[in-house]
Structure formats: structure tokens, C-alpha cells
Write a protein that binds this ligand. Structure first.
Ligand code: SF4
Ligand code: SF4
Length: 298
């Protein structure tokens, strides 16, 4: 199974996205290492996935300092599962001394100790600390076929521990089956989150990205979906694309966005400074961002 994401448009034909300002920096802290292997994972991560290595502690701290020096406003940590980094908490503390931080995690690592640590960061950090925890259903029957057997119970246990420690994470739900983001489904998910002890829950639904392992679970993009991909972007659409204001730093370099870690042409350089430039939208996955409005804001 190949994981590389090919460019589908030549740079000359592809629409331009100007870098409106480098506001957000993502760190692919653990590369492709994750403690589970979701069937819809667009980065094809898992316990044995080492094709993208972890960032070293030095590289992670250096990228945070570079981001702060460039006037970045916000950091996001992702993986794989970023909590598997051996220096995870130290890197979080370093980040929070400089900038607001959001960590994207599957929540399985929140035992009592980790929940208490997160609680301390939540209440005492100089900058705001936020967690986004992925859960793809309100029951094991809905969630586990996608995320793996036992994951629902493990994540729910983590969410309860966080709630008890005074942390209010956002829950992110990938719309892996039709209708999951309908208004009544959203209301039901909020009620479910409250039932876990989260006083003011936030739920963010994410459109499905048809790259990585999702291609085997369902399908990749089909030709019809890519009609119009080469058309110039409306400025309102362009401005809200992740790649208009963000970049991803990984062990192997800096990329346009967290979606295209496996796209060789999306690598923009070795440092954030080099990656501060306009890009062209050359990939099928860009269709989901442009048409379905994928954004990073909660
Ligand atoms: S979707 Fe997230 S939790 Fe699931 S395998 Fe991928 S990185 Fe890990
Ligand atoms: S996948 Fe989305 S965020 Fe990444 S380059 Fe394409 S439009 Fe931008």
C-alpha cells in the first residue's frame, strides 16, 4: 500500500493561495506513530508506522522558538499521537511559556496522572492550553469499527478523568458516515458530552479526507469531485484555508498543512522561514478544504 499523496495538478495550472500571514504552526510531534490505527486515518498512522519519525526534542523546541520569533499566534501539536513523545510534557510547557497551544490527541493516554498534569497546565499556564480529543461516535458500536475495538471505552474513560481534573476538551468527530453532522446529531453529541461530566462541551465535526487509509476503508476522490479544482479561488474561500495562515513542521521539513505530510511536493523547505511563501493547490484533498470548508477553528 502506497501512502504517498501525488499532486494532481501542475503548479502552473493550480490555484494560488497567498500566505496571508503565518499565524498558526502545527508540529507533527510523533511523526506517524500512534497507539491505535484508525481505518480512516488520513496520515495512515499506527503502532508500527515509522515512515515519518518523531521530531527530536531539540527540533521541536527549536521550531517553537522559531515560530514565536516569527510572530506566530498559536501552536497545534499533532501526530500520530503526540502524547507518545517521551518529552511531551516538557515540550508542552516550553510552548505554553511562549504561545497558546492546542493538542490534538485520541485521549487514550489520559490516565489519572496525565489528566492531573493537563489540569495543572490548563489552570496555571501563561498562555491558553486546549485539547481536542477525537471520538467518532456516541457508542462503541458507532466508534470502534473506525477507531478500533475498545477505543470508545478508553477515550470515554480519558474524557471523564479530564472532566474531573477541571479540563474541558473539545471533542472532534469525523463525519465517517452520512448524516453525522446534521443539526440533531450535533445536539445529541453535545448532550452525550455533558453526560460525561464536561460542563461546557464543544464538539467539532470534521469532513472526511479521502487520502491515507480512508482510501481502503471507502474510496479516494473520483474524477467528478475534482472538476473545478484548477479554478481560481474566491478570496473569501482562500482566506479561510488552513494553508493561507498555517504551516506544518515535521521531522523531515516544513509542509503546506497537516493534511499533506505524505505529499512530497507539499514540502516547502527545512525551516518555517523558508516555508513563508505562497503555494499552489495541487492535491485532490484540497477539494475537501475548498468545497467542504475544512478549517482548524473550534
Ligand atoms: S486518526 Fe488519529 S488516533 Fe487514529 S490512527 Fe490516525 S493519528 Fe492515530
Ligand atoms: S489540503 Fe487543504 S490546507 Fe492543505 S494545501 Fe490543500 S487546501 Fe491547503
Amino acid at each position: 500500500v502506497t501512502t504517498a499523496i501525488p499532486a494532481v495538478l501542475d503548479a502552473a495550472q493550480a490555484p494560488l493561495v497567498r500566505l496571508h500571514g503565518l499565524d498558526v504552526v502545527w508540529l507533527q510531534l510523533t511523526g506517524t506513530l500512534c497507539n491505535i490505527a484508525c481505518r480512516h486515518c488520513f496520515v495512515s498512522c499506527g503502532p508500527r508506522e515509522d515512515r515519518v519519525p518523531m521530531m527530536s526534542r531539540t527540533a521541536a523546541l527549536g521550531a517553537i522558538d522559531e515560530a514565536a520569533a516569527l510572530g506566530v499566534r498559536e501552536l497545534y501539536f499533532t501526530g500520530g499521537e503526540p502524547m507518545m513523545h517521551p518529552d511531551f510534557w516538557e515540550i508542552c510547557e516550553h510552548a505554553l511559556g511562549r504561545l497558546p497551544l492546542t493538542v490534538l490527541t485520541n485521549g487514550i493516554g489520559f490516565d489519572d496522572d496525565a489528566a492531573a498534569r493537563a489540569g495543572r497546565l490548563f489552570t496555571t499556564s501563561r498562555h491558553s492550553f486546549d485539547l481536542r480529543i477525537s471520538l467518532d461516535g456516541m457508542s462503541a458500536a458507532e466508534n470502534d469499527p473506525v477507531r478500533g475495538r475498545g477505543t470508545f471505552d478508553a477515550v470515554v474513560a480519558g474524557l471523564r478523568r479530564l472532566a474531573a481534573a477541571g479540563v474541558v476538551p473539545a471533542i472532534t468527530v469525523v463525519e465517517h458516515a452520512p448524516g453525522m453532522a446534521a443539526a440533531d446529531a450535533r445536539a445529541a453529541f453535545l448532550a452525550f458530552a455533558r453526560s460525561l461530566g464536561l460542563a461546557h462541551p464543544r464538539v467539532k465535526f470534521l469532513p472526511l479526507l479521502r487520502v491515507g487509509r480512508e482510501i481502503q476503508r471507502s474510496r479516494g476522490y473520483v474524477a467528478d469531485e475534482l472538476d473545478g479544482l484548477a479554478a481560481p479561488l474566491d478570496s473569501a474561500v482562500e482566506e479561510r484555508l488552513v494553508c493561507a495562515t498555517a504551516r506544518l513542521v515535521a521531522a523531515g521539513g516544513v509542509y503546506t498543512c497537516p493534511i499533506l505530510l505524505d505529499a512530497p511536493e507539499a514540502r516547502l523547505g527545512a525551516t518555517l522561514t523558508e516555508a513563508r511563501r505562497d503555494i499552489r493547490l495541487r492535491w485532490a484533498a484540497c477539494r475537501t478544504c475548498v468545497v467542504e470548508g475544512l478549517s482548524c477553528h473550534t
